[in-house]
Design a protein around this ligand. Structure first.
Ligand SMILES: NC(=O)c1ccc[n+]([C@@H]2O[C@H](COP(=O)([O-])OP(=O)(O)OC[C@H]3O[C@@H](n4cnc5c(N)ncnc54)[C@H](O)[C@@H]3O)[C@@H](O)[C@H]2O)c1
Length: 268
């Protein structure tokens, strides 16, 4: 049998929103597979603890504080990473926020907040990472999208617009950056009971128990996990996906193939 090399050995990869949830799982798995991971988040103490945990497990991890809604913070994140490690090979645009609101409930301020985190943030990160990916001779960007980017939910008006916009930006950049050997893909995590997801539902009076029950009705019989998404991100960031760009990798266990149950607490 041939021996297997770590799948992203020696790659320098930035993950935003990596203090918890899907971002942390991506950072942890990428480090397990040989990458040096720069974890970034708006929450310093939790972000530093996340990087320290990966380092304690034997991974190469480093934390840089950045609010993705800030242009200067995103520029600093990418420039500091490149200065410290000499280059950037990959980026996971994961930081996101998904409170629900109908059209009537969506104020201008709320719209701006949602669009800023979920769309402006990935735009800034792409803008400031791409010169470094180009200088490295190519690379891979994974935009963490949502089922709401391709499928309608009436109470996620701003979020759906942001994630739909992110899909469009993914495709535009995939075409524009292909000559530079920079691949850009869109990952859909399905329905994952992360800290953020549980907290948002708790605010709306939906218990963890009710959420867990909802998972039993999903096509493959359970909720998706942060690791389910991390495996997909790992693939897209590895050279195994060298010919994969501009695509949607949907880890939703067939969620987009099923009718949405009225009243289901699904966010996606
Ligand atoms: N959980 C799900 O079911 C689900 C489904 C589809 C898509 N997603 C997407 O997956 C991504 C991660 O979701 P999650 O469930 O792990 O969320 P989460 O809330 O558990 O974690 C999100 C992380 O992003 C950070 N963050 C928030 N705003 C930020 C900002 N302005 N700058 C930097 N960091 C910021 C938070 O501090 C947190 O650590 C998001 O893009 C979300 O839209 C999640």
């Amino acid at each position: 049998m041939r021996t297997r090399k770590p799948r992203v050995e020696n790659k320098i990869i930035v993950v935003t929103g990596a203090a918890q949830g899907i971002g942390f799982a991506c950072a942890q798995m990428l480090a397990d597979e040989g990458a040096t991971v720069v974890l970034s988040d708006i929450r310093q103490a939790d972000g530093e603890a996340a990087a320290a945990r990966i380092a304690a497990e034997g991974g190469k991890a480093h934390f840089i504080l950045a609010d993705v809604t800030s242009e200067t913070a995103c520029a600093n994140l990418m420039n500091e990473t490149a200065r410290h490690y000499g280059r950037i090979d990959g980026l996971v645009n994961n930081a996101g926020w998904y409170p629900r609101a109908t059209l009537e409930e969506t104020t201008t301020e709320f719209w701006d907040q949602i669009l800023n985190v979920n769309l402006r943030g990935p735009f800034y990160c792409c803008k400031f990472a791409v010169p470094h990916l180009r200088a490295a001779g190519g690379g891979s960007i994974v935009n963490v999208g949502s089922l709401n980017g391709i499928q309608a939910l009436p109470n996620l008006v701003a979020y759906g617009a942001a994630k739909g916009g992110l899909l469009s930006m993914t495709r535009t950049l995939a075409g524009a950056l292909a000559p530079d050997r920079i691949r850009v893909n869109y990952l859909i995590p399905g329905w994952v009971l992360t800290e953020g997801e549980i907290a948002l539902h708790a605010k709306n009076g939906v218990s963890l128990e009710a959420l867990k029950k909802g998972g039993q009705g999903l096509a493959l019989g359970r909720h998706q996990t942060p690791e389910d998404s991390a495996y997909a991100a790992l693939y897209l960031l590895s050279d195994e996906a060298a010919q994969v760009t501009g695509t949607i990798l949907n880890v939703d266990a067939g969620g987009s193939c099923l009718p949405i149950q009225p009243g289901a607490p699904y966010v996606g």
